[in-house]
Design a protein around this ligand. Structure first.
Ligand code: RB5
Length: 149
């Protein structure tokens, strides 16, 4: 599976932590930055990961900022992205089962490393349930086709 990961300065430490784990598990991982703790703007990195996922150059993405809110807003602006901000394992799993979420967003100032690792593992290993959820996602795609360029 091809993964893209990105963060701002507030998510940098958690991004680095998750990156090492994902690499050790053999994921094909693209890190779009940021690459240190200097202050940066989360949209610059959120859009990079979202575009990689939207263009199918990555299968899934992971984004981290301080709260996760900024990255969620950014990623969900991009066509065909369904970004889920998760602070717990249940939400992460549901975002895969029911929404086929293709980007997971975490708050580096909210969620500790151990929990974040478990959230990521659960999210990456949960398939989409399809069925009745398919037509709901289709409605989102329909809106994108009709109203977004
Ligand atoms: C950066 O200070 C912070 O505003 C950002 O990481 C994020 O939390 C925004 O949602």
């Amino acid at each position: 599976m091809k993964l893209a990961i990105g963060s701002d300065h507030a998510g940098f430490e958690l991004k680095e932590y998750l990156k090492q784990i994902l690499l050790s598990k053999g994921y094909d991982l693209t890190d779009v930055g940021t690459y240190d703790k200097s202050s940066v703007d989360y949209p610059d990195f959120g859009f990079k990961v979202a575009h990689l996922v939207s263009s199918k150059l990555a299968d899934k993405g992971i984004l981290v900022c301080g709260t996760g809110i900024g990255m969620s807003v950014v990623a969900n602006k991009v066509k065909s992205v369904r970004a889920a901000l998760a602070f717990d394992i249940y939400t992460a799993i549901q975002s895969r089962k029911h929404l086929d979420a293709n980007i997971l967003v975490l708050g580096g100032r909210v969620t500790g490393q151990g929990l974040a690792e478990e959230i990521v593992n659960a999210w990456l290993n949960t398939p989409f349930e399809s069925g009745r959820h398919e037509k709901r996602i289709e409605k989102i795609a329909q809106f994108e086709t009709e109203y977004l360029k």
